[in-house]
Write a new protein. Structure first.
Length: 231
């Protein structure tokens, strides 16, 4: 009985050591991966990676991770001649294959959400335009235009619908523009308030599925297959 107790204690200690080593290995891997994440054609701010599943070491030995959660803050790319910044993107990755000597990774499947703040959307819009939440799945767009035949600038706010075109482009289109019966005024206002901007800077393999204005910004659902994370 004494020998049995010793073996049990030894096994418990070994199991605890294995768990500790496994968790340390996860921490080191997450830290290294955060420094390696790249998005082609874009600059990124900070990255947070969380590797799920246990044990990690056996997954690492097989060069495939069951689940990895990724959060990227600040993705900047060129779009329509302006910098369009994705404020945050959260993605859940499944069946992640480690490639190129662990310097790269490809996820078989991915789902997530990208958010574009109204501040960043305003910066991507035309000069003199401000975009904010308008309530009820709308955005409020305010623009000032010069009207030559009036001899003064005119500022107008409109409620606009936001849609996705071709799975890559955000379209902001006013539901109604007050023209006040002045010929050409509606066209001038729409040239300011209506615009389209491509959402670039997403990792290869991700695509946009649905967009919805919220109080915090434009919330975009993303899905993908064979999504490249790094390398």
């Amino acid at each position: 009985m004494r020998a049995l107790r010793i073996w049990v204690i030894a096994l418990v200690i070994l199991a605890a050591l294995f768990v500790a080593v496994d968790r340390v290995a996860v921490y080191i891997a997450e830290s290294q991966a955060e420094d390696r994440v790249e998005v082609p054609g874009a600059r990124i701010g900070s990255t947070d990676i969380s590797v799920k599943g246990f044990p990690f070491l056996t997954q690492l030995a097989g060069s495939e991770l069951d689940e990895v959660d990724v959060k990227i803050t600040g993705i900047e790319t060129r779009a329509g001649g302006r910098t369009l910044r994705i404020s945050t993107m959260n993605a859940e990755l499944r069946d992640v294959r480690l490639t190129d000597g662990f310097s790269g990774a490809v996820a078989a499947r991915a789902t997530g959400t990208a958010v574009i703040s109204y501040e960043d959307l305003t910066k991507a819009a035309s000069d003199g335009v401000k975009v904010e939440y308008g309530g009820k799945n709308k955005v409020k767009v305010t623009g000032t235009v010069a009207v030559p035949f009036l001899g003064r600038p005119v500022s107008r706010s409109v409620l606009s619908t936001v849609t996705l075109l071709d799975g890559r482009t955000v379209r902001v289109h006013a539901d109604k523009v007050p023209g006040e019966g002045i010929p050409g005024l509606e066209k001038l206002i729409r040239e300011k308030t209506d615009f389209e901007r491509e959402v670039g800077g997403l990792p290869n393999g991700l695509k946009l599925e649905r967009i919805q204005p919220t109080e915090d910004g434009l919330e975009i659902s993303v899905t993908g297959t064979e999504v490249r994370l790094a390398g």
